[in-house]
Design a protein around this ligand. Structure first.
Ligand code: DGT
Ligand code: CA
Ligand code: CA
Ligand code: ZN
Length: 646
């Protein structure tokens, strides 16, 4: 929860300095907020705010500034604050009035601070006037209409609070894969750098590349003699908001964004997506966010077993354990242990008799299987395929030669056609498809037919240049057309026929969500039948952690697309690679593949940075059992053009 970072960090075991600059700046910010919640004098509040900001932007070492006494000379840090900071950093003790402030503020009020757009002033007002002291009581009061009549609040802000509470609960439950990976990589890199750590590996759903992550799981291989020092060093890493538990071999932590040394920003998000994940509040939610991490410290000879166990999934583990049992073996996080030898022994004691394995590969080999790549460990056929030596040869980033759904400044993209083409070439791609929005989508600055066709001329010009230079690169010209009533496309046929392809996408989410599955499916089938439609874009419209997709029978849609392909008409389904979407879901990829419907992994890039999102699409494609031959992205430019125009 957001309140979790509202604690006074524990001092490092050795010092001075006992606290980092970041920690001190955070604590002063918290003090300012708590003072405001308690209705303290504005000037006092502001002095903490200013000091926090000043410290946050310091480039000199805080420990040195304090040791030399220079801290007292810094603008905004007077005598009182200067001594408080000196005591904290040099003795590892926070001032007692700060501690009192934390202890005397009701936890419920702190929790309410996590609601986007709600600050301490209003929380205090609602507390004083209505006795609201928790998120739950705020929700009840808002639903009861008690907030709106308060002076300076109103209907709108009451509704905004309810929306904010909804958003917060959704946001807290799980985090998107890109965010989980960001935290997970930053944390494992820090752990791996600790002396004595042999290996630190991200396990759990993050390693399996699930689209959302509950918590991080990290397995650390360390020799017995280094165990204690490594455990201590982990507890002292930057970026830990709280320690939930620290046992002998298991450490439970809460990480916050201070783990990112280079700072934390969310980057460009296209407006359709942003609206669904909280709009302007999203950045605040994300930068104040936390993620739980469970760390297991194990000796090297056990590490492979622990890694396999905590990679999961639970379903895969169960299937593997069954397999072990049928061979007279016990499989758990400590080993693969012959029943006959371990007898009544349990846990580490039994693990003494384990078959040896220094890698997961050896564990799978002991059980008569190929190594199963983590993405496939969901018990959807990988165990039997591993036994029969029939695991797929999964697609990799190096198979990708281009993508077909990208935006430029012609609609709502940030980068020009030239910048996009240049970046694609630097990524080693052989082709890049541009598919700007169509006129109906005004919020995305949909382009007119005239401008679209002019873009086509520019593309022809560049393609010719590249060809003359002997460059194996081309731009491919398409459009992302809105799907209009009756399954119609958003440009006249004579315009569409001049393009290489059309991505048909739903954007009028309100309308589509208001209808039922039958109506929506019918309209998708109609648009697929349109001769110009090549690709069905982001097929459900879901935004992860934002909104569910519209109701649709995608199995029927995919079957319908299969009929077209059987008849020789290319109809591809998009796997939208944006980490906010990952739509087509991996669970359906296998189905499309089985029916011979080509898949196209598209970053839906709205900036040059957005092109890199293709990696999340490849992760998702791998999770969906896709091989390079299942996606259009692996075609050469020439083969792609002949597929598009066949
Ligand atoms: P998450 O965190 O909800 O995104 O999903 P996971 O898969 O990371 O799940 P988590 O963190 O609860 O546990 C990590 C792995 O540990 C899980 O994938 C499999 C293993 N595991 C946890 N609980 C059990 C269990 O009760 N039985 C078995 N067989 N394995 C378990
Ligand atoms: Ca997990
Ligand atoms: Ca876990
Ligand atoms: Zn779109």
């Amino acid at each position: 929860m957001a309140g979790a970072s509202f604690i006074l960090p524990k001092a490092r075991p050795s010092g001075p300095p006992y606290f980092s600059r970041n920690q001190v700046a955070n604590v002063m910010h918290q003090v300012a907020v708590l003072l405001e919640l308690q209705g303290a004098n504005v000037f006092r509040v502001r002095s903490y705010q200013n000091a926090s900001r000043t410290l946050g932007s310091l480039t000199t070492d805080l420990g040195e500034l304090i040791a030399s006494g220079e801290i007292f000379g810094i603008k905004g840090i007077g005598k009182g604050l200067g001594s408080a900071l000196t005591q904290s950093v040099q003795e590892g003790k926070w001032p007692s009035d700060w501690i009192d402030l934390h202890n005397s503020t009701p936890q419920g009020l702190i929790e309410m601070l996590g609601i986007p757009g709600l600050g301490p002033k209003r929380i205090k007002l609602m507390h004083d006037e209505l006795g609201i002291n928790s998120v739950a009581s705020l929700k009840a009061a808002a639903l009861d209409g008690q907030i709106a009549p308060m002076k300076g609040f109103g209907e709108k802000s009451q509704q905004r609070m309810l929306d904010g509470i909804e958003l917060l609960s959704r946001f807290r439950a799980r985090r998107r894969l890109d965010i989980g990976l960001k935290y997970g990589e930053a944390f494992t890199n820090k752990v791996a750098a600790i002396p004595g750590v042999i290996e630190a590996t991200l396990a759990g759903s993050t390693r399996r590349r699930k689209e959302t992550i509950g918590d991080l799981d990290v397995v650390v291989s360390v020799k017995q003699e280094d165990h204690e020092s490594v455990a201590n060093a982990i507890l002292n890493l930057n970026g830990i908001a709280d320690v939930k538990g620290a046992g002998d071999s298991k450490i439970s932590l809460i990480l916050d964004t201070s783990i990112f040394e280079e700072g934390f920003t969310v980057g460009h998000i296209d407006s359709n997506v942003l609206e669904a994940i909280g709009g302007d509040d999203y950045e605040q939610l994300e930068s104040g966010g936390t993620i739980d991490a469970q760390v297991r410290l194990v000796p090297p000879h056990v590490a492979a077993f622990t890694l396999a166990y905590f990679t999961g999934s639970k379903e895969h583990n169960i299937a593997m354990r069954q397999r072990a049992i049928s061979r007279g073996l016990r499989l758990n996080e400590f080993g693969l242990i012959p029943d006959s030898e371990a007898g009544d022994l349990k846990g580490m004691a039994a693990a003494k008799f384990s078959l040896a394995a220094t890698s997961e590969k050896e564990i799978y080999a002991h059980l008569g299987m190929q190594w199963v790549t983590p993405e496939l460990r969901e018990d959807t056929g990988e165990v039997i395929a591993g036994e029969l030596n029939q695991l797929p040869n999964l697609i990799e980033m190096s198979d990708i030669r281009g993508s077909l759904h990208n935006h430029t400044t012609l609609s709502d993209g940030e980068a020009s056609l030239e910048e996009m083409a240049d970046t694609a070439q630097k990524m080693g791609w052989n082709w890049l498809g541009l598919a700007d929005h169509s006129p109906t989508l005004q919020i995305a600055n949909g382009a007119s037919a005239e401008d679209l066709l002019e873009q086509g001329n520019t593309i022809k010009k560049y393609n010719q240049q590249w060809q003359e230079q002997g460059k194996d690169f081309r731009l491919v010209h398409g459009v992302e057309s809105d799907i209009l009533a009756g399954g119609k496309l958003d440009h006249p046929d004579d315009v569409l026929s001049q393009l290489d392809y059309t991505v048909a996408s739903v954007h009028a989410m309100g309308k589509w969500k208001a209808r039922d599955e039958v109506q929506n499916t019918e309209e998708l089938l109609q648009v697929i039948d349109h001769p110009a439609t090549t690709i069905l874009g982001h097929p459900t419209g879901r935004i992860l952690q934002g909104r569910d997709g519209y109701e649709v029978d995608l199995l029927s849609v995919i079957e319908h697309m299969a009929d077209h392909n059987d008849a020789g008409r290319l109809k591809a389904i998009e796997l939208n690679a944006s980490p906010y979407r990952l739509d087509l879901d991996w669970r359906l990829c296998k189905h499309a593949k089985g029916l011979g419907v080509p898949i196209i992994i598209n970053p839906d890039a709205h900036s040059i940075r957005g092109l890199a999102d293709i990696t999340y699409g490849v992760m998702c494609a791998r999770k969906g059992w896709l091989e390079s031959g299942d996606v259009l992205n692996s075609l050469s430019g020439e083969d792609l053009m002949s597929r598009l125009h066949s």
